[in-house]
Design a protein around this ligand. Sequence first.
Ligand SMILES: NC(=O)c1ccc[n+]([C@@H]2O[C@H](COP(=O)([O-])OP(=O)(O)OC[C@H]3O[C@@H](n4cnc5c(N)ncnc54)[C@H](OP(=O)(O)O)[C@@H]3O)[C@@H](O)[C@H]2O)c1
Length: 298
Amino acid sequence: MSWTIDQAGKQDGRVAIVTGANIGLGLNTALQLAGKGCRVVLACRNLDKAAAAKAEILQQLPKAKVECLQLDLGSLKSVRAFAEKFSAKHKRLDLLINNAGIMMPPYSLSEDGFESQLAANYLGHFALTGLLLPLLEQTPGSRVVSLSSLAHNWSGMRFDDLQFSKGYNKRKAYGQSKFACLMFAYELNRRLQKTGSKTLSVAAHPGVSATNLAQHFPRILSAFMPVFGQSAADGALPTLYAALGEDIQGGDYCGPKNLQQMRGAPVKVGSNRASRDEAAAKKLWTVSEELTGVSFLS
Ligand SMILES: NC(=O)c1ccc[n+]([C@@H]2O[C@H](COP(=O)([O-])OP(=O)(O)OC[C@H]3O[C@@H](n4cnc5c(N)ncnc54)[C@H](OP(=O)(O)O)[C@@H]3O)[C@@H](O)[C@H]2O)c1
């Protein structure tokens, strides 16, 4: 039997952060978590959009406990400010949903000098997780969910030119960033287990979901997304399964079960061999610590 949101227990008293929660998969994830009674912090780069998302959630769930807090994952300064503000206000963090992302934009560097997809999709989340880890570890049953993609197959880590300084390939850069998210999820879990931590690190991908993520696609392709892609509500289910599923273990990867993982009910899925390369994952961790200045579990 496939997992459905009805199988998730009540989440009253628990606290979740969902990054990029103003639209798409993040909004649907936040809505379902709030519906289960979780207090949800919408971590968004634009507070007006976050407020609109909060209003949308409250319209459907008038008793939902929802907060907005500014977070730009493309800025390490913003990531640090977010973690400080959140930690000052909250004494627990049950679920960190590293969801926000961008796909195949024109080449640009973040304010810290990183290729924009590596910055927002991966390095910002690496730093955020490290800064929030003390709070996660003091919260029983806590989980970190990292969003990867079928696109993790499009590229490995290009350690000799992570920032695509010599010829930008937007598809490979997206693939690299999502590959990094997956490698990070697995390596984080190995490191947590080694220290005896009870916090779980898991990964998820939504298959193909019709969202705003396709905004940089050629118009003809983005027009077909609603035809091939599943809804954002269905696309959020693997994330919710990873976050709430009772049979989930650290290091699991969840995605849709049908059409070569492009759509369907959420199940545990596999990933390519390269994503399981522990030596490369260690190297990625060290490089990520150097680039972000955030060190943890090392
Ligand atoms: N849709 C799919 O088929 C698909 C497939 C595989 C993986 N994924 C992954 O699923 C995740 C969610 O994507 P989606 O499909 O829901 O896309 P989406 O509708 O475009 O939503 C992306 C979210 O990320 C936010 N975001 C982007 N850059 C950010 C930054 N620098 N700081 C903070 N927030 C930022 C966006 O904020 P703004 O609204 O302000 O731009 C938006 O809230 C991504 O990690 C994506 O890689 C999606």
